[in-house]
Write a protein that binds this ligand. Sequence first.
Ligand SMILES: *Cc1c(COP(=O)(O)O)cnc(C)c1O
Length: 360
Amino acid sequence: MAPAFRLRADLDELPAYVPGERPPAGAATFKLSSNENPYPPLPGVVAAVADAAADLNRYPDMAATGLVAALAERLGVGADRVVVGNGSVAVLETLLRAACVPGDEVVHAWRSFEAYPIAVRVAGARSVPVPLTADGRHDLDAMAEAVTPRTRAVLLCSPNNPTGPALHEAEVRAFLARVPREVLVVLDEAYVEFVRDPDVVDGLALVADHKNVVLLRTFSKAYGLAGLRVGYAVARPRLVRGLRAVSTPFGVNALAQVAARVSLRAEDALAERVEHIVAERGRVLAALAEQGWTVPDAQGNFVWLPLGRRALAFAQEAAREGVLVRGFAGDGVRVSIGDHEANDAFLAVAGAWRQQAALR
Ligand SMILES: *Cc1c(COP(=O)(O)O)cnc(C)c1O
């Protein structure tokens, strides 16, 4: 008998997005598996969201004009260069939908953000992964060589999730000089607020200088609004118009718009929290080095343990000790920077692991 309906034949082949493990109810665990901010939303945000909840019978501002204007002012760009979406991953999906037809190729580093290969395939395009270098960096030479006449976009992730290093200004400029201008170059700066590498690429300057560059940013990480889903792109007006044309109508909900606007006004509190997380990152890296670990440069709110085939064993061992981390089979373990106590709990697991490894 014929099935009642048909879905795309390739749906079963989509790689699954594995979210960070959630702690079991009631258990005393530290959740360091999703790169979340350990702090609650910034001051004033919860009250503003509660107020706005009274108007939930109304549709939100469709183009999020207030939020877009506030972002444009903060970034020093025209409002015609900013477009918001239901998380920066949704903005990326929209972008790929606007750029790709079946058979097109999208080049990205691997391992990188696991949403990339899924978003590329959902857009009907083919994902072209290019291995990272041994120290967890994008291999921009190999990525430039992977560009073909079928390439519609290249995805760059700085700092790279999950390995941690940021892209450098000089290497990205050299890369852009090698990539044809009709290929979109997406620079995902989800963790830009945490970067302290002085050589880091200046994404906003790249958008100003290159018509094909798109910047992606989010309120999910430094701003601590992962639960509300709001991210944005900065790009040339023609591209912004294209993104708006294919976006889901009313894609950013009313509470998210309010929360993001209030968060933008709490810059001082944001800076303080980010500094604290950066300081904790430094403390964790120093302690890991002391324990004998060699890890890549960490410019986001996470560190990477290149454990190879021992990755999942480490993640399981950590979970037994109440520390949820993100293991990638055969590759490594990503551990988010949490509050002081959570980081100490992780360091205890990491230290014990090293001691056992010395005996193995
Ligand atoms: C967390 C993360 C995002 C953020 O996604 P949202 O949809 O905005 O929550 C984007 N890119 C990378 C590389 C990330 O790690």
